[in-house]
Design a protein around this ligand. Structure first.
Ligand SMILES: NC(=O)c1ccc[n+]([C@@H]2O[C@H](COP(=O)([O-])OP(=O)(O)OC[C@H]3O[C@@H](n4cnc5c(N)ncnc54)[C@H](OP(=O)(O)O)[C@@H]3O)[C@@H](O)[C@H]2O)c1
Length: 279
């Protein structure tokens, strides 16, 4: 059963960019939330006009403070570098009972609390597969009661798997491995496709073979309860066979080390952005 408040909550977005558009699509499609429960403001009006055309009844607002005045849940969806100034202008407007969710990478909850004195705060990190309901969405909250947390889960559940994390470090790890991680997986898929194409397959065939291999492996892992990934790998690897030869080479070339370094570099960049955005 969905949260009883879900049908009456007013959900406001400050910033109408890519992520807001993806989230609005995700929360409106299952029809648990109606168009007229959604409120959006943006720095410039163009995206609001488009959103109103797409979702009749959606409420566009000229000023960010109107979103804070009117809504129960407020999603801060501008770029991290725009957030501190935009929020400082309206910081006195937030109310104790409101749920305020920041999507900004690199601004931690303590920093948000400095500019948002009232309200129940959360950070949320969706990745791009959320667009098709297959996202991993990290959630870190502060002073959030169970009811508030349940409400966030219910509203955004259609985007994919929502994971509550306990610390900023975990939030960072989830962002690197799942949000940036989506980009890392695409990087590998590109090499996969290139290799196949170089062997005479068309671009379309090579893309299909690549996508289906990643998808098939992922679905097999997802549907193999109680069997870990290493065991699934062993099942396709016979001693001194073809797969074993490839895997030995991957290990000699230290793919694991390369991946770990890449994850660490991404994590360091995230911390650097945090320092730059300190409020
Ligand atoms: N894209 C992703 O995959 C992803 C994933 C996870 C988290 N995020 C986070 O989500 C947030 C938004 O990212 P995005 O990709 O959606 O960015 P985006 O497409 O650039 O959208 C940002 C929007 O914020 C608006 N804006 C800027 N300053 C504003 C202000 N003072 N008041 C009202 N609106 C303002 C911009 O308006 P204009 O139209 O005038 O420029 C723009 O439409 C970021 O913090 C990002 O870190 C993104």
């Amino acid at each position: 059963m969905v949260h009883p408040l879900m049908k009456i909550m007013k959900i406001g977005f400050i910033g109408a960019g890519n992520m807001t558009q993806a989230l609005i699509k995700g929360i409106l499609e299952p029809k648990q939330v109606k168009n007229n429960q959604v409120y959006v403001s943006n720095r410039t009006p163009g995206k609001l006009i488009k959103l109103k055309e797409l979702y009749p009844g959606l409420n566009a607002r000229e000023f960010n403070e109107e979103i804070v005045d009117e809504c129960d849940i407020i999603i801060l969806a501008m770029k991290p570098q725009d957030l501190p100034a935009a929020v400082s202008e309206i910081s006195e407007k937030f109310r104790e009972e409101q749920i305020i969710i920041s999507l900004a990478a690199g601004i931690n909850i303590d920093a948000l609390a400095k500019i948002i004195p009232e309200g129940r705060l959360a950070r949320m990190m969706p990745n791009t597969p959320s667009l098709i309901g297959r996202g991993v969405i990290g959630l870190l909250t502060q002073n959030m009661d169970e009811s508030g947390s349940d409400l966030i889960h219910d509203i955004f559940s259609s985007l994919g798997v929502m994971l509550d994390v306990e610390t900023e470090d975990q939030f960072d790890a989830l962002m690197v491995s799942c949000s940036s991680g989506t980009g890392f997986v695409f990087e590998m898929m590109m090499y996969w496709q290139d290799w196949i194409q170089e062997r005479g397959f068309t671009e379309e065939e090579a893309k299909q073979m690549t996508v289906e291999t990643f998808l098939g492996a992922s679905l097999l892992a997802a549907q193999s309860a109680g069997i870990d990934i290493e065991e699934l790998q062993q099942r396709v690897t016979s001693k001194k066979g073809v797969t074993a030869a490839g895997l030995n080479s991957m290990r000699e070339l230290e793919i694991e080390r390369a991946l770990r370094i890449s994850f660490e570099k991404a994590s360091m960049r995230s911390q650097e952005i945090s320092r730059q955005n300190q409020v």
